[in-house]
Design a protein around this ligand. Sequence first.
Ligand code: SF4
Length: 364
Amino acid sequence: MEDVNALPGMEVLDGLVRSVTTPEFAGMTFHEVAAKSALNHVPRSSSMPFDWTINPYRGCTHACVYCFARGTHEYLDLDAGKDFDSQIVVKVNVDEVLRRELARPSWNREHVALGTNTDPYQRAEGRYKLMPGITTALAESGTPFSILTKGSLLRRDLPLLTRLHDQVPISIAMSIAVYDDELQQAIEPGTPTAQARLDTVRAATDAGFAVSVFMMPILPHLTDSPEALDAALTRVKAAGAARVVHGALHLRPGVKPWFMRWLAREHPELLPVYRGLYPGASVNAPQAYRSMLSQRVRPLIRSHRLYGRSDEDPWRRPAPPGSAQPGSEQPGPAQPTPARIITTSRGRASAKARPQPPEPARLF
Ligand code: SF4
């Protein structure tokens, strides 16, 4: 039975099939949609080093307070705070749509990045198991791809990824920003511990992957001391990582109010410092801070015999894509689920539907 009042705003979600809750994911609602497209084209004006992304989920149960993607939830009439963490849009037909897009003669088998907007191995993936279908479709079409995640759930797919790695180049990156368990639980409450992620790095390394660790965002006055950075890099090296990407905290407009509210609650003594580093609408910490941080991190990375780069170093991007234009086909049917259905809706893509928001490429 349809109950639009149960989930205000969901009428704007194009292709919504149903919204469900399950006891295993208390406090979360999954909005299952029949997606029209799987591959997102990244504008050439973007600084990202890839042209194509796939994001099977919108919103992220990892719930990082600093998450860049929070603002995109506001396009759905949901808030960028609690709703981003708990109202998850799931593209249940993504592998089927992807296969159609990859089969087009115009598809040039360019690199596809997974995990650039929200995490493909967030907790919801344990229920929906979309990644095996996506990665298999990419490999079978001869399309190389990369995965960036905070999810130790990646280990589930390592046997599959190892087999697919024989068919196409695959790169794996694990995002581990916070190595202090107490701080990690406070600022990334839905993520696996740093150690669980380091164990995943070890498992992927042992499976034959050269794993990158994204040590970002580095948080001013919370994780940026030489001692903290050195201890983190010691653990990263011990886990077998091949390289490290580092960068200071960015605070985009959609996330800044949520982050500052968290800071006021957890570390009120740092509020004046952060207001000084990120005044008004400024997204980045001042150049002087970023340079200082870089000068602090780079020698440490070298001393641990890791290859490293800053997120501010220029990225190489491949040549412009050909004429592939995925995304124009009709959605397929959604998959059944045993969970309780709390909202059912079909055909909302009609008069009431708004254009769906962009899925901006970003890195953690
Ligand atoms: S930073 Fe990444 S893992 Fe954390 S909430 Fe955002 S998308 Fe999820």
